[in-house]
Write a protein that binds this ligand. Structure first.
Ligand code: FES
Length: 147
């Protein structure tokens, strides 16, 4: 092989490398763009929700002890009103009331009526939601839900 053929092979090698590098960069840019686009489309938005607890609602919670609505759990115990998110802290299913405990139907986590985990796989308590307003007057809770 003479010098000119070696130059040609070296030049084609560099061209091939540059061509492959360009394709790799273009592929990475396209993949990143597709990922960002997918995330933007599938992004869930949180919506602030306010639930006013009028005298009838408070009486029902007091009478039943535990009331579940679509998003939260109301617990009335010894004159105290506690509210928790129904979203299980393991992977986000909604807990249900079973045998006096809050149980997640997806993987079986069990929470007590203070929201503390009794059985996993969840290890974190249910998210507590502050009850606002005056005892004996209007009360309400505000929390974020996926919209
Ligand atoms: S999502 Fe509740 S235990 Fe897994």
């Amino acid at each position: 092989m003479n010098d000119s053929s070696q130059d040609r092979v070296g030049s084609e090698g560099r061209r091939g490398f540059l061509s492959r590098s360009w394709k790799l960069v273009a592929g990475l840019v396209l993949a990143t763009g597709a990922f960002v686009g997918y995330k933007m489309i599938t992004r869930t938005q949180l919506v602030r929700k306010k639930v006013v607890l009028d005298a009838n609602a408070l009486a029902t919670i007091e009478e039943q002890g535990v009331v579940l609505d679509n998003d939260v759990v109301y617990v009335a115990e010894s004159g105290e009103l506690r509210v928790f998110s129904r979203v299980c802290t393991h992977l986000g299913c909604k807990v249900e009331l079973r045998d006096g405990d809050l149980v997640c139907p997806c993987h079986g986590s069990r929470f007590d009526l203070r929201g503390a985990p009794e059985n996993g796989p969840a290890t974190a308590p249910l998210n507590s939601i502050e009850v606002q307003g005056q005892v004996g007057g209007d009360r309400w809770v505000e929390f974020d839900v996926e919209g």
